[in-house]
Design a protein around this ligand. Sequence first.
Ligand code: ASP
Length: 321
Amino acid sequence: MTRSPKATDFTLAVHGGAGTILRSSMTPEREAAYHAGLRRALEAGRRVLADDGAAIDAVTAAVMALEDEPLFNAGRGAVYTSAGKQEMDAAIMDGRDRAAGAVAGICGPRNPILAARAVMEQSGHVFLIGESALEFCRRQGLAFEEPSYFYTDQRWNALQQTLAMRQSGADDQDESRKHGTVGAVARDRAGHLAAATSTGGMTAKAPGRVGDSPVIGAGTWADDETCAVSATGHGEIFIRYAACHEIASRMRHAGQALDTAARAVVMDVLAPVGGSGGLIAVDRNGEFSLPFNSSGMYRGVVTGDGVIRTAIYDEPLAELH
Ligand code: ASP
């Protein structure tokens, strides 16, 4: 999925995860709510980019909006571990200098992406985890919320159903119960790239398990020379195949175009080894690619013309009315 942008255009793409609701369980109201959630995120990022703001600020704003939306598995509405706790992961990367920040296994900061950004800008490190990451966030003065803020019936019930199915040995076909993630990638008018990803991980994951989302090169990547990428899917596989960095490598070393590289990684590298999911990617020319090998991926794009387009299943991006 590409376009031919003007050199001065911006591009912003977002995703709300590859763990989409089965089409048979989707109602028109729910579908409209998902589109509206994606739209709010695109509007937040568009405000930054249309004002000649930086890609890093646009992806931060877009991911914050997605974290605030309980429909998506990140921030408010994050899934539960097998022990009934929420452990969130997030990462951000700036393509200008490959500055990066990440957090894992945290619950408390209202917006985990701001925790990742604070790590990038204030810690002198790239990755902080658990209690020490929370202590760092407190010292940075980030807004915290009580566990009740992050609670949703939908995610709590999904945990109970998943645990029951695990006990009976049943195979869960419902992707929306299993996982989800949010992410944003942007190319600003100055030609710089950035990526941000935030997640609650996978439902009923083992306490302490960390997926691909906060792992730089696996679930999040940005480098002005090649592309910015944010992934969603079966995290263990995405880590093992360095999914996001693999796209940048193909562009850098094999001269592949963004869409060719992104599709090849999702369809030919990840899918055959059980790496269900997808990703969003943008290159330095503002071309974008949104491939997925799952039944759907909540996703949307806005470019310099300002028009917001979103999609959920295997369908073209459409303008919201
Ligand atoms: N990639 C996330 C994880 O493994 C889950 C997802 O995107 O669906 O934690």
